[in-house]
Design a protein around this ligand. Structure first.
Ligand code: FES
Length: 231
């Protein structure tokens, strides 16, 4: 039997008896958190519960040492950072279970119809392309919500500098953090970007014409560092 876990919305298989850390590494995920001060990537190091490098959020609860925790089916690993994509997946699962539970009662004529509440309802209009462009002058909480709310589709985007001119980059996962600087300025070498107030750390990104990548992998192919600026 293979367990199915998720790491920031992506599926991670695990074998019974395998630790969370071992399953992540086997899935090619080598780091899952960054140090507070310098934003350096961290994952398994000692492998025996001594160094605490491997801390990871499990099922939204406080951080645990990934090298010590056995994998389990359905575990949600990583920061409890919801995106439109992870929310859609959760709702689809909940909806499927509810449907399976409700259909027999509809068939039997015993289902009770309850009108939807009208209070708190808002009209969700179509998202216009210009709304997906990131405005780094906005507060970090707003930018962070825009990024996660539009991920994976259509994807909030910005322009990053390159030798051949600006390149469009989609930000697919982020976290609001402390930080100060000119909006759009990259504050460290792990994609901490200054906003109007605070900063946002990009955790997953996608370059034009490429697939989505975790931040460390993205930076290996498209180096961006402190002092450069996103527009
Ligand atoms: S890898 Fe060192 S405590 Fe887990």
């Amino acid at each position: 039997m293979t367990y199915r876990m998720t790491f920031r919305g992506a599926e991670v298989p695990a074998q019974p008896g395998q630790s969370v850390g071992a399953a992540l590494v086997a899935a090619g995920i080598l780091d899952w958190r960054t140090t507070r001060k310098h934003g350096r990537p961290r994952g398994l190091f000692c492998g025996i519960g001594v160094c605490f490098d491997c801390l990871i959020t499990i099922d939204g609860a406080r951080a645990e040492r990934a090298c010590l925790i056995p994998s389990a089916d359905g575990m949600r690993l990583g920061d409890a950072l919801e995106t439109a994509g992870t929310l859609q997946e959760r709702l689809a699962r909940a909806g499927a279970a509810l449907l399976a539970e409700t259909l027999p009662s509809i068939e039997a004529g015993t289902a009770v119809e309850v009108p939807q509440a009208e209070e708190g309802v808002t009209y969700a209009r179509k998202i216009r392309p210009k709304e997906a462009r990131i405005d780094w002058r906005k507060p970090a909480e707003v930018v962070d919500r825009q990024i996660r709310g539009l991920s994976p589709f259509p994807g909030a985007w910005c322009e990053a500098p390159s030798e051949r001119g600006p390149v469009r980059v989609k930000a697919l996962l982020s976290r609001a953090e402390d930080g100060e600087g000119e909006p759009g300025l990259i504050l460290d070498d792990a994609l901490l970007i200054a906003c109007g107030e605070g900063a946002v750390r990009l955790l997953r990104a996608q370059r034009e014409g490429r697939g989505a990548q975790e931040a460390a992998e993205f930076l290996r192919g498209f180096p961006l560092g402190a002092g450069q600026r996103l527009a």
